[in-house]
Design a protein around this ligand. Structure first.
Ligand SMILES: *Cc1c(COP(=O)(O)O)cnc(C)c1O
Length: 736
């Protein structure tokens, strides 16, 4: 059912644009993006690449003209044909390998999803990963639905005040301009389910987002029958309030399962992406108990068909709720599981902390398949969560690792994709997770890849400068704030990008630690560097905001020559310019706290080398020739570690990065540097693609769960059969 109230009628010949606009498939297919763009270029830009909005605002005569323009129609037909093929259940990788499992369905639950900037339902890396996950599941034909929240105010837009303090602006999303569809019953009423919270009932409705073949169901409590406070429950992502957070997690976990049932969706595999979603496992236990199965067996069944992925070793990322709060919200629920307060709370409680209920603990206990998100993180998890299996040796702790990856078609810049197409073959995208493909990367002439990179770099700088100009002329920004926003960036200068959430362990200020040394680097007459920072701090993370302020104050300090910039409001849209447009991607987390990190993978896809602490994905990616690594010996306290790592960072810049970058031939082409660029591409794209990641999830985690599920179904049938036979026997006995 389409939400076409506000969209004008399209000429019949191009009516398919409507369906295309409501399936974000278009966003990772270049030709489809170009198709919308060609309808009205200025409007495409003004709508920040949002086809739903574009089709609403475009003057009707342009649509009529397009419907009669042979060149447009040729493109339209090609895109629509490819879209239709892309929606078919086969041929796909999944179907060709696992046709017998076509009827299985994975339900993927996540608190946030980053699909496109027109849907601000994400805060950062976790959401981007979840969004990329759905897109790749669609590409591979993995039968999947996803469940999350429709946040009408999303995460905040970031504004930096003149003195460098982050301000948060929450904007109401205009649903009519978003690629979301309200799900209605046959009677044209919103689909509804109820969830009990404390002693009241909250009603939920659901929105559909189409991600290629994958349907994403987004829950929303903003219904008239709910109290004003309950209507706001799903308004924003990540509020600071603990009770509100717990209520959100109940709505997602419990409400999400009920919603799927109401829609008649019957998953056989349930994947909880991070602890926020693990109440879904309890709700599935409750269903089984209601069918007469005792709790231990119900839990066993749920466990066998569940996958739990943990994403961070940082305590703040592992949600835990005080027992008193749990009691307040679940006192009506544990009975339904045939548990009492103690046995219920025990499901999420560790011996070491018997006052709080930990969502990660619940996930680890209630899913048979568990994983961390890089090889190193897997090992960190096994050590961190040994307490759950005190009798098991650390190396045997049952937590696997599947390293994250990024959705290549979403993150590759078209200028780079064109080179791969030209020199690696038209089918490069179909083969991109095959490491052998990338062995041919030297086919690309240095001059061409360099020219493509410089184009992207110029594009980034003009985008940043346009924002600074807007700030200057429209917002009355002070000169120093315009400077801080990157007005003086220079495309000739070696550019380092650092963009991610600002929070303690990510150590944004590591490169700012020795300001005199940094000043020398940025002001070097012959071989200067410049740094572009971007990123948000969590609204309650005061220290994160201080880190932003520190970077900002340096950026606006004339002594740094305008060569340090802090660009406001980092999001997917900005990332698409920033990541491929810089020369080096920098990452300096405090070791073992970065579970994976993914932005460096996005850089690598575009041939931007990585300079990073050996942590997360880089721990397994770095091979000595494909970027630079900051080593650490792990035996220092935090302050010593920071000093040592900063020193090593400056050292790498001074001795390795800068000389290599500025060593070019007479035509200005730095061949040594490009060798590094090509090594980056060769060694990383296949391995850190979402394609490789999803194939691993499927084969290592989903298949065992599907088999266990099938076995349970079989076993259940056998039990039912013997019960029936037994009954029949006694009935016959009685009769005789
Ligand atoms: C990729 C991405 C992230 C994740 O960055 P990390 O390297 O994992 O810290 C965060 N925010 C946005 C907007 C991204 O695109």
């Amino acid at each position: 059912m389409m939400n076409n109230l506000s969209m004008q009628k399209l000429p019949k010949r191009i009516a398919g644009l409507h369906e295309l606009a409501y399936n974000l498939w278009w966003s990772w297919h270049y030709e489809a993006r170009e198709l919308f763009k060609s309808l009205d270029r200025p409007l495409w830009k003004m709508t920040s690449h949002n086809p739903v909005k574009l089709l609403q605002q475009i003057p009707p005569y342009r649509l009529v003209a397009a419907a009669e323009d042979a060149a447009f129609l040729k493109e339209y037909d090609a895109v629509m044909a490819s879209f239709r093929t892309g929606m078919l259940p086969a041929p796909t990788w999944f179907h060709s390998k696992y046709a017998h499992l076509d009827a299985s369905l994975v339900a993927y639950f996540s608190f946030e999803f980053a699909f496109h900037n027109s849907l601000p339902l994400y805060a950062g890396g976790l959401g981007v990963l979840a969004g990329d996950y759905c897109k790749e599941a669609s590409d591979l034909g993995i039968p999947m639905v996803a469940v999350g929240f429709m946040y009408p105010q999303g995460y905040f837009s970031q504004h930096i005040s003149d003195d460098g303090w982050q301000e948060e602006l929450y904007r109401q999303l205009n649903f009519n301009e978003s690629p979301i569809i309200p799900l209605l019953t046959i009677q044209k009423q919103p689909v509804k389910v109820n969830v009990e919270l404390d002693s009241r009932t909250v009603a939920l409705t659901v929105w559909l987002v189409n991600i290629g073949r994958v349907k994403v169901y987004l829950l929303d409590t903003n219904l008239e029958e709910n109290s004003p406070a309950d209507r706001q429950l799903t308004a924003r992502l990540y509020s600071g309030d603990r009770e509100l957070r717990l209520q959100q997690e109940i709505i997602l976990g419990v409400g999400g399962v009920r919603m799927l049932r109401a829609l008649g969706v019957a998953p056989s595999i349930w994947h909880a992406n991070e602890g926020h979603t693990t109440f879904m496992m309890l709700e599935r236990c409750r269903e089984l108990v209601a069918q007469g199965i005792d709790f231990p067996r119900a839990a066993e069944q749920v466990r066998n068909t569940s996958i739990f992925t943990t994403h961070t070793p940082v305590p703040a990322g592992n949600d835990a709720f005080h027992h008193s709060l749990m009691e307040k919200c679940f006192h009506n629920y544990w009975d339904k599981l045939t548990l009492n307060r103690e046995s219920f709370l025990k499901l999420g409680t560790q011996d070491s902390d018997n006052t709080s209920f930990n969502m990660t603990v619940l996930g680890l206990r209630m899913a048979q398949q568990r994983n961390g998100v890089s090889q190193l993180h897997g090992a960190v998890c096994r050590s961190m969560w040994q307490c759950i299996w005190p009798e098991v040796a650390e190396k045997d702790i049952p937590i696997a690792a599947v390293t994250n990856g990024i959705h290549v078609p979403s993150w590759i810049a078209p200028q780079i994709a064109r080179l791969y197409e030209k020199y690696l073959g038209d089918d490069w995208l179909a083969r991109h997770d095959d490491p052998a493909l990338w062995e041919n990367i030297d086919n690309i002439p240095d001059e061409e890849i360099w020219a493509a990179h410089l184009w992207l770099k110029n594009k980034l700088i003009s985008t940043v400068q346009a924002r600074a100009r807007g700030h200057w002329s429209e917002n009355g920004g002070s000169p120093s704030s315009v400077l801080a926003m990157g007005a003086l960036l220079d495309a000739e200068v070696l550019t380092i990008g650092f963009s991610r959430r600002f929070t303690d362990y990510k150590r944004a200020s590591l490169i700012l630690r020795d300001q005199n040394r940094l000043k020398r680097l940025v002001k070097d007459g012959l071989r200067p560097i410049q740094i572009v920072f971007a990123g948000k701090a969590h609204p309650n993370d005061h220290h994160g905001k201080q880190l932003i302020q520190e970077a900002y104050n340096i950026a606006r300090n004339p002594e740094f020559g305008g060569r340090i910039a802090f660009v406001e409001d980092y999001d997917m849209h900005l990332a698409r310019y920033l990541v491929p447009g810089v020369d080096v991607w920098l990452n300096t987390p405090r070791p073992t706290q970065e579970a994976s990190g993914t932005s460096g993978m996005k850089a690598a896809v575009n041939g931007v080398p990585h300079l990073s602490v050996l942590d997360g994905w880089w721990y397994e990616a770095y091979n000595g020739t494909n970027g630079w690594a900051i080593h650490n010996d792990g035996n220092m306290n935090a302050a010593e570690q920071d000093t040592a790592d900063a020193n090593e960072l400056y050292h790498i810049l001074e001795d390795k990065v800068i000389p290599l970058y500025y060593d070019h031939d007479r035509g200005g082409v730095p061949h040594g540097w490009i060798k590094m660029v090509k090594q980056t591409i060769r060694s990383n794209i296949a391995l850190f693609s979402a394609r490789r990641m999803l194939k691993e999830y499927t084969e290592q985690l989903y298949l065992p769960a599907a088999q266990a599920g099938a076995m349970i179904t079989q076993l259940q049938a056998q039990i039912d059969e013997s019960v029936r036979a037994q009954k029949q026997k006694s009935a016959t006995l009685l009769k005789s």
